[in-house]
Design a protein around this ligand. Structure first.
Ligand SMILES: NC(=O)c1ccc[n+]([C@@H]2O[C@H](COP(=O)([O-])OP(=O)(O)OC[C@H]3O[C@@H](n4cnc5c(N)ncnc54)[C@H](O)[C@@H]3O)[C@@H](O)[C@H]2O)c1
Length: 244
C-alpha cells in the first residue's frame, strides 16, 4: 500500500509546520502550501496564497488524489482595538478573506481530490466557542468555520469524506508572539494548564482526526485548549502543585 497523502495550508509556520512534521513522522506524504516559501526535508512545498483560487485549482490538478486536507492558513490582525466600533473595514475584509473565503476556496479546489474514506480537518479557535472580547473579525471568521464543519460533514458524507475541526486555545506560535506575556508569569493562571499549548500538541489532534483511527468521527469540534472552555468564568484556577 502506498503512503497516504495530505495537503496542508499555512504550512510554513506555527501549527501548520508542526502538522507537517507530525504527518511525516507517521509516514504520510506531505504537500505543504503557504504564501511563504517552504523548504523542509521530505516535504513537497508549494508557494500559494489561499485567496488565489486559480493557484489552488492548478495545484489540486498537479497534486492529484489525496487522503486528507488541512486548510490551516489563518491570520489574526491585531489592531489595538478590534471591536466592531473601531475595526477598519480593510482589517475586517482581510481577515474574512484569508480565514473564511480562503478555507472555502481551498476546500472547493481540493475536495474533489479527496479519496472516499478521506478526511478534511479545519482549524477554528476557542474564540468561536467562548467570548474573547476585542477580536470581532477573527471571532466571526472562526465561528463560520465551526458552522461549515457541520454542514460539510453532512454534505460530504455522500462521498465518504469525514469533516472535523480543532478549536485550539492559546498556542505558542508567531501568531501569539505579541500576546506571549499575557500567558506567562502570574497571568498564566488564566489557563488551567498554566501554559499555552505547543503547536505540536494541536498538530497531533489534527493528525488523529485525519487518520483512519478517527473513522467514525465526523462533524466534531474538538477543543485543544487544556480545559480552558470547560472552566466557569470568574472562578480562579487552582495553582498547580509543584512536582515532587
Ligand atoms: N496560535 C494560536 O493561539 C491559535 C489559536 C487558535 C487557532 N489558531 C489558528 O491556527 C491556524 C494556524 O495559526 P498559527 O498560530 O500557526 O499562525 P502562524 O502565524 O504561526 O502561521 C500561519 C501560517 O499561515 C500562513 N498564511 C497566512 N496567510 C496565508 C495566505 N493568505 N495564504 C497562504 N498561507 C497563509 C502564514 O504564512 C503562516 O505560515 C490559524 O488558522 C489560526 O487562526 C491559532
Amino acid at each position: 500500500m502506498s503512503d497516504p497523502v495530505v495537503v496542508i495550508t499555512g504550512a510554513a509556520g506555527g501549527i501548520g509546520a508542526a502538522a507537517v512534521s507530525t504527518f511525516l513522522r507517521h509516514g504520510w506524504k506531505v504537500h505543504a502550501l503557504d504564501r511563504r516559501a517552504i523548504s523542509a526535508e521530505g516535504v513537497t512545498g508549494h508557494e500559494c496564497d489561499v485567496i488565489n483560487e486559480e493557484q489552488l485549482v492548478s495545484l489540486a490538478e498537479r497534486i492529484g488524489p489525496i487522503d486528507a486536507l488541512v486548510p490551516g492558513a489563518g491570520i489574526n490582525l491585531r489592531p489595538d482595538d478590534n471591536t466592531a466600533e473601531k475595526l477598519t473595514l480593510e482589517a475586517w475584509n482581510r481577515t474574512i478573506a484569508v480565514n473564511l473565503t480562503g478555507v472555502m476556496l481551498t476546500v472547493r479546489a481540493f475536495r474533489p481530490k479527496v479519496r472516499a474514506d478521506g478526511a478534511i480537518v479545519l482549524v477554528s479557535s476557542v474564540a468561536a466557542l467562548r467570548a474573547i472580547p476585542g477580536t470581532d473579525a477573527y471571532t466571526a471568521s472562526k465561528g463560520a468555520i465551526v458552522a461549515l464543519t457541520r454542514s460539510w460533514a453532512v454534505d460530504y458524507s455522500r462521498e465518504g469524506i469525514r469533516v472535523n475541526c480543532v478549536a485550539p486555545g492559546p498556542t505558542d506560535t508567531d501568531m501569539m508572539s505579541g500576546l506571549r506575556e499575557s500567558y506567562t508569569g502570574d497571568r498564566q493562571v488564566q489557563l488551567p494548564q498554566q501554559r499555552m499549548a505547543t503547536a505540536g500538541e494541536v498538530a497531533q489532534v489534527i493528525r488523529f482526526l485525519a487518520s483512519k483511527e478517527a473513522s467514525y468521527v465526523s462533524g466534531a469540534i474538538i477543543p485543544v485548549d487544556g480545559g480552558a472552555i470547560a472552566h466557569s468564568a470568574g472562578i480562579p484556577f487552582p495553582r498547580r502543585r509543584p512536582k515532587s
